[in-house]
Design a binder for this molecule. Structure first.
Ligand code: XMP
Length: 334
């Protein structure tokens, strides 16, 4: 672990010029490391894997094989955007796998949060491994490991316990052997990864994307996931994000999303009884995700979001705002 530590002499990457120098250096190192061999990357569309993909495309072009697994728990248009940017704009060698049915079938009737997380994490590895086995001559695995991940694994090795089981690609099956890992941003902090991403020409919205958990909407569609409630969650979340974009809150708030619990209440629509789910809004600010405060969303914005969600989302008849800081609530509900 010791040689994974960031040298004290390493400058923080805060400007485009520093980022460009870092990119040049990494391109050289990666080319030296992998030669003419192929490199495989799980491209989730998150900041870290996207920056690694863009960097490796620059360094080794089509020798990089990206696999994007859509587990059916992505936000609205998210997988489509990954395909648009990486395949259509950056000309990446991208394999897109729509594994929605595999995931949702396995998750059917599973309501226990940790069980859901474990199923999603394990199936993600299964789908990724299935794709990797179909490929010939892949020698290296690239990962979007960043410096806080290294620090976190040091903490875990020291026996400190996590509250939730976080999921990232790791623990691939034994039969999948690689000559080595390619982790070009492993010594960078998140803000530095973003500066590098912008210098690589990735879209601002992708580089400054709010954090999104590996299990995706799966931990926001509470209890046993159903396709209709998941669809409602995806639509309501898209409306929240759209309204936050329009009023400038998207640039200010650290993380904001919708949660839909597995309960219904009585409402009224078109003079008839209308039973529906509540959509719960969460909008929090934090520096390290260990504690968080709740954003004071202006009432006018809350009213607008409520009006749109109840009018546009099938099956939702109430909107609630979660005022709980962390602690005592965690940021995600599951
Ligand atoms: P909690 O709910 O523990 O969340 O307060 C803290 C932060 O972590 C994110 N989160 C995850 N990120 N894989 C991830 O990469 C996961 O499995 C996962 N679960 C939660 C959460 O969105 C929040 O930003």
């Amino acid at each position: 672990m010791q040689n994974n530590l960031r040298p004290e002499s390493m400058k923080r990457i805060t400007t485009k010029e520093l980022a460009e120098a870092f990119i040049e250096e990494q391109i050289k190192e990666v080319r030296e490391q992998v030669g003419d061999k192929k490199v495989l990357l799980a491209l989730s569309g998150g900041v870290d894997s996207s920056v690694v993909a863009a960097l490796l495309i620059k360094a080794i072009g089509k020798q990089l094989v990206c696999v994007h697994v859509n587990h059916g728990l992505m936000r609205k248009n998210e997988s489509e955007n990954v395909v648009e940017i990486f395949r259509n704009q950056l000309d990446a060698n991208l394999i897109y796998v729509d594994a929605t049915d595999r995931f949702l079938d396995l998750l059917k009737d599973v309501s226990e949060p940790e069980k859901k997380r474990k199923i999603i994490g394990a199936e993600f590895i299964n789908v990724f491994a299935d794709e990797a086995r179909k490929l010939d001559g892949v020698a290296f695995l690239a990962q979007g490991t960043i410096y806080p991940d290294i620090l976190e694994s040091i903490k875990q090795a020291e026996g400190k316990k996590a509250v939730k089981s976080h999921h990232n690609v790791g623990g691939l099956p034994e039969d999948l052997k690689f000559d080595g890992l390619v982790e070009p941003v492993k010594l960078l902090f998140k803000d530095e990864v973003r500066v590098v991403g912008e210098a690589l020409g990735l879209p601002h919205a992708m580089v400054y994307r709010q954090p999104f958990p590996g299990p995706g909407l799966g931990v926001r569609c509470l209890g046993a996931i159903t396709r209709d409630r998941l669809a409602a969650l995806r639509e309501a979340d898209a409306i929240l994000r759209d309204e936050f974009d329009k009023c400038g809150l998207a640039e200010k708030v650290w993380q904001y999303f919708v949660v839909i619990p597995d309960i219904k209440s009585v409402g009224v629509k078109d003079d008839s009884r209308y039973e529906g789910w509540p959509a719960i809004i969460r909008a929090v600010n934090t520096t390290d995700a260990m504690s968080a405060t709740v954003e004071e969303i202006p009432y006018a914005v809350l009213h607008k979001i409520t009006a749109r969600i109840t009018a546009e989302v099938d099956g939702v008849n109430r909107v609630l705002y979660d005022l709980t800081p962390k602690p005592v609530g965690t940021i995600e509900w599951e």
